[in-house]
Design a protein around this ligand. Structure first.
Ligand code: ATP
Length: 463
């Protein structure tokens, strides 16, 4: 189906709510901007996405190890990293309706090249020069106040009992990778890794994003999957090219069509970076960043060495050479991958003059693998047999038991959840010991013996 369908985003948001993938946070209190909760099937999908990433990055690479650092860190971490001074986006307020917008975004939407790393002066010049072209996304007027840099770090009062905590705040982490840098030495001293090696982490990050649009694409509380590869300085660019290739292939292996992926090179690099490319996905609102891949030089470990007083250099055990390793970073978002996977899976098909909505998730990502139905819920023998089948399978696969409504309705529900296989236990099952297995994608039905079900499903789900 056409992924640029104007209504596709609306349809996805509605399906996510209706079928328990994503709920707006605090909905009973009117919602809370740019914060979302994952529902029953959403949490399964998000866990499967994280599991695939962890397997691809940690389990599949002898020289990459994982950590799980805390959301809270010493406030000096964020001074050393440059976030307190420079982690900001350009914000401007519409003078008519007072809506705040990210200036780089509204400029880009009007076809004018801009990015968040431009100086305030430069971005304000663009704002003035293109005054007539750019419009407020809410009221459509072209009357913006001058842009100001707005720091994205989220502050808290953790451990501060004085009442004026705002003067010396503790921050919720703005990215997960700082937890990796500050544990560089701990990991080196406690595991068997040697340069080149990577440290990977999945975890929450928080940013005071100015605009709260585009569903889970831009959240204020979100989750990152980051890997920092520590390499010899002269190996940085070779390693960078290798990771660019590997991360591209990763998305193809995840089931994303190559035509829906695109490279985007950052022209405005921060002063220490050697290269920065994004992998973009063709979301219903156009191509946007899914993952960033960055060659960061020795900036991070040098900064933390300077600010903490701890020497974060590395001594090569063979050559005895001492240096600060350079970093190649791959930084992906769980939520943006989730939205890409949902967008990719969403299908509408005409079946018997009706539209069937089906989420064709790759089988390894599907929240529920197998649904088990007794044909009729008021026939105790059928229900008992179906329960037996469910109990026998649930240890192996994520299963769901459903006896609600007619079989057609149950199929539609499982199609929208994206369940690859539905099993129906009918009267013949009681005599012959077999069940109907219905395939989500082809809707074909097979009759399979109950005793062989586990092997049959295992084989089909691994394909
Ligand atoms: P953008 O330019 O869209 O604001 P970014 O360049 O600031 O993104 P990075 O700091 O490189 O993003 O973060 C790495 C990854 O973390 C992104 O590619 C994205 O997948 C994810 N991410 C960043 N910000 C958010 C957010 N507000 N909501 C959801 N995911 C995010």
């Amino acid at each position: 189906m056409n992924k640029q369908d104007n209504n596709l985003m609306e349809k996805i948001v509605s399906l996510c709510k209706r079928r328990g993938f994503v709920f707006p946070s605090s909905e009973i209190y009117g919602g809370f901007a740019a914060v979302y909760d994952y529902g029953t099937y959403g949490v399964e999908l998000a866990n499967n996405i994280k599991d695939v990433w962890w397997k691809a990055m940690v389990q599949g690479n002898e020289n990459i190890v994982g950590i799980d650092s805390s959301i809270f860190m010493h406030p000096k971490v964020w001074e050393a990293s440059g976030h307190v001074g420079g982690f900001s986006d350009p914000l401007s307020e519409c003078r008519k309706c007072h809506t705040r917008s990210r200036v780089d975004h509204i400029l880009e939407e009007a076809g004018i090249f801009a990015d968040e790393k431009m100086s305030e002066e430069k971005i304000n010049k663009l704002l003035v020069d293109n005054k007539k072209k750019i419009k407020c996304p809410k009221c459509g007027k072209s009357d913006f106040a001058p842009a100001k840099s707005f720091n994205l770090l989220v502050k808290s009062n953790l451990g501060n009992f004085t009442g004026d905590w705002d003067k010396s705040p503790v921050y919720l982490r703005g990215e997960t990778c700082q937890g990796i840098y500050i544990n560089f030495k701990n990991v080196l001293d406690s595991s068997r890794v040697r340069v080149p090696f990577g440290i990977a982490q999945i975890g929450k990050a928080f940013r005071n994003e100015i605009t709260a649009r585009q569903f889970i694409f831009r959240k204020r509380e979100f989750e990152q999957m980051e890997m920092q590869m520590f390499v010899r300085p002269d190996e940085e660019m070779k390693m960078y090219e290798e990771w660019k290739k590997r991360r591209w292939q990763y998305y193809i292996d995840l089931g994303i069509k190559e035509k829906n992926l695109k490279w985007h090179e950052h022209e405005n690099l921060v002063f220490y970076a050697k290269a920065a490319w994004d992998i973009e996905y063709n979301f219903p609102f156009g191509f946007q960043e899914l993952e960033g891949i960055h060659a960061r030089g020795d900036y991070d470990l040098t900064q933390h060495t300077k600010c903490s007083g701890e020497d974060l250099s590395y001594r090569d055990p063979i050559t005895n050479e001492k240096y600060i390793p350079h970093v190649v970073e791959t930084s992906a978002g769980v939520d943006r991958t989730f939205l890409a996977v949902i967008t990719e899976a969403y299908m509408e098909e005409k079946v018997d003059k009706e539209i069937r909505v089906v989420m064709k998730f790759p089988k390894n990502l599907a929240p529920i693998k197998v649904a088990v139905f007794p044909l009729l819920k008021n026939k105790p023998d059928l229900v008992k047999k179906a329960r037996e089948v469910y109990d026998n399978l649930k240890g192996e696969f994520m299963c769901e038991f459903d006896d609600n409504g007619n079989i057609g309705k149950r199929y539609r529900r499982q199609d929208e959840i994206g369940t690859p296989f539905c099993l129906t236990i009918d009267f013949d099952s009681l005599d012959n010991g077999d069940v109907t297995v219905r395939d989500r994608d082809t809707m074909k039905q097979d009759r399979i013996k109950i005793e062989g079900l586990k092997d049959y499903l295992k084989e089909k789900l691994e394909k």
